[in-house]
Ligand binder design. Sequence first.
Ligand code: AMP
Length: 342
Amino acid sequence: MERQPSPSDVNDDKWAFVAPYLTLMTEEAPQRAHPLREVFHGLRWIVRAGAAGRMRPHDLPPWHTVYQQSQRGLKVGVFATLVHDLRAVLRLGQGRNAELSGALFDSRTLQSPPESGTRAGDEGTKRRRGSKVPRAVDALGPLWAVHVTAADAAKDQKRLMSPTLARIAYMIEALAAKIRDIKDFPKQGIVFKDITPLLGDPQAFNMTINLLADRYIGRHIDRVVGVEARGFILGAALAYKLNAGLILVRKPGKLPAETLKAAYELEYGVDTLEVHCDALVPGSQVVLVDDVIATGGTICAAIDLVQKMQCEIVEVAFLIELSALAGRKRLQGYNVFSLLQY
Ligand code: AMP
């Protein structure tokens, strides 16, 4: 019989986010008698209802199953990781850095009953025995960290000050799902990485630019150099985000004023890239951007042009790196970053 839905159930979108974290538990998990989503709903019911597991509606999985699964998750830090990542997603969605740079701190003492014995510490100033609960709240509102200690150990705030780095695995996975492989395009044997679904998706495009910008915010970037054509799309959004100018590196014959040229090898023959002679001021700090690095020939030519203008290359960034083609090897001596590797 179908279970009656509960307001504490998660919808499909939320479950899609949560499920990969919970399935991390499979190694230790015994044979499942209840679907993982139902067990999670059991836990949600307890948390949201604030009632004991034994009082749950009886069409949810048994309380001991929910308890055991939750304990296993707590032990390996599943929930903490989930909250870290969710916070990073929320922050990036708001156009902020994934990592927070400031938090609001607060702490309170929970008085303990006499039965707590040595577990309770002394809160000297308030003359109470109990636990100290320091909390840090992200400027956006979500709880960042909570740490419960015996009151006398509460001065050790260091643990609270060193949060594990918010992982971005979930976002990267979401972006990878928006890249479409087109076989034999533009010619036989090539698997073309089509980024148009990613560009067309508001969240994915937003996340891509935020993840890239996150690397350079706070470092002074004068110009972003975009390589024709898809490098223009990413480059323009990134430059806007960084308050930097955008410089176009184009195919031959497209730029109207006097240009510098750099040749690069194609599979058959050579091609050229151009940039306006006066596009960059010597000494400018630049980031170069393209959608894909394959053999690295294209970006090497773009680097050549930027170097002719005596600029400082802070980093060379790509949305996608085709690792098997080892383009990165040709960029030794430069900082190279790619969001997705294949
Ligand atoms: P390469 O010079 O070999 O590193 O090639 C990089 C340039 O070619 C980039 O500007 C990409 O837009 C394009 N490119 C190369 N291979 C692919 C691919 N498999 N899918 C999409 N674009 C590609």
